[in-house]
Each structure stands twice: as structure tokens, then as C-alpha cells.
Design a binder for this molecule. Structure first.
Ligand SMILES: [Zn+2]
Length: 201
């Protein structure tokens, strides 16, 4: 299962760095029925049932406000993100974020730093400066997650044992996964200032 508030698994492959940068998927929010103007709720990222990050979301008409409190200063960081819709093939409509930086229509935003942006905009800022053990741990973790049919990115939470996989195999993979998660968490904390602060909370 993904973080509290996540629904079906979505297939996703991308840079390990972005997977660890609090993926905020508007499809998951929509499926939870939370995308209603005037609605306010909290969104959390769990690792091993422990919250490692969380934000508050307030839904307005065609935008939402993402906010979190920095532990160090108590400062509340607020970011308004525009949303848009497109007609669905089978009727109804699909919801999208408008990337606050490049205005591209995207389903998922990431927060590699202080603010949320699309994968390209968010990834550019730090992908070059983090070619180290943390990234390798993330890549290995995602490989294991793929074998277990789990969504990439530890912040998307753990899934269940895949059907047909022996328990012994599952426990072995899960054990390796969990050890790598600890390594990743360490680097995520160092990489993302405010996430680190949330970890300390
Ligand atoms: Zn962008």
C-alpha cells in the first residue's frame, strides 16, 4: 500500500532521485474523492508505516495550496499550484497539475527542495550533484520493488507479497529492501532539507 491516501498502484519508472522526492499524484488525490473545492486535508508519505513527510492541502477552484511547517523555524511554507482538467476518452474529466515552473500539464509533482514542481523541473536542481551512494541505494531499492510489483520510490509505501511468490523469496527480497530503505532515508534526509526536518519531528 502506498502512503495514507494512495490507491491503486500506478506503473512508473523514472529517476530514483525523483521517486524519493515526495511524489504527489493528483490521480491518487482524485481517486480518494478529495479533489473538491473548499476541501482541506493532510497528505502523508509513509515508510514502514512511519510517516516520513506530510503536507496540508487545501483545494480551491482550479488550484490547490500545499503547505508544511518547517520544524527548525516554525515557518509555514505555502505554495499555490494551479490545476486543470482535460476531457476523458470515456467521458468525465482528468485532473492535472500545472507545473509551477514550466507550466506543463503533469499528473505528479515532486519536491526535491523547498517547492513542488514537475519531474524535469524538480529533477534538474539536484540530479547532477547527487551521484553517490544514496542514488545507488535508490536504484537498487527500485529494482527490488519492481520484482515485487511495487510502485517505484520508497515514499510510495510498501506493497503486498506478489501472488505466486514464495514466502521465503519474499522475505529475502523484503529484508534487502528494508535495509536499503534505511540507507535511502539517510540520504533523502541529507538531500532534502525540509524532509529531514520532518523526519526529526
Ligand atoms: Zn516543470
Amino acid at each position: 500500500m502506498g502512503g495514507r491516501g494512495s490507491g491503486r498502484r500506478s506503473s512508473y519508472s523514472g529517476k530514483a532521485e525523483t521517486n524519493d522526492s515526495m511524489p504527489l499524484d493528483i490521480r491518487k488525490i482524485t481517486r480518494k474523492g478529495l479533489l473538491v473545492p473548499g476541501n482541506g486535508f493532510s497528505w502523508q508519505w509513509l515508510v514502514n508505516d512511519r510517516q516520513v513527510a506530510g503536507i496540508s492541502i487545501r483545494v480551491d477552484f482550479e488550484s490547490m495550496v500545499l503547505s508544511y511547517r518547517m520544524k527548525s523555524t516554525g515557518e509555514v511554507v505555502e505554495q499555490r499550484v494551479q490545476t486543470q482538467t482535460s476531457p476523458c476518452h470515456l467521458g468525465g474529466q482528468r485532473h492535472w497539475f500545472t507545473c509551477p515552473r514550466c507550466s506543463k500539464r503533469v499528473a505528479v509533482l515532486y519536491a526535491p527542495g523547498r517547492y513542488f514542481a514537475c519531474r524535469q523541473c524538480g529533477g534538474l536542481g539536484y540530479a547532477t550533484q547527487n551521484e553517490g551512494a544514496g542514488d545507488r541505494a535508490s536504484t537498487k531499492t527500485d529494482k527490488l520493488r519492481k520484482r515485487m510489483g511495487w510502485e517505484a520510490g520508497i515514499l510510495n509505501g510498501d506493497g503486498a507479497k506478489p501472488k505466486g511468490m514464495h514466502w521465503k523469496t519474499y522475505h529475502r527480497l523484503k529484508g534487502r529492501h528494508d535495509a536499503l530503505v534505511q540507507v535511502s532515508l539517510h540520504y533523502i534526509g541529507r538531500k532534502l532539507g525540509f524532509l529531514h526536518k520532518l523526519l526529526e519531528r
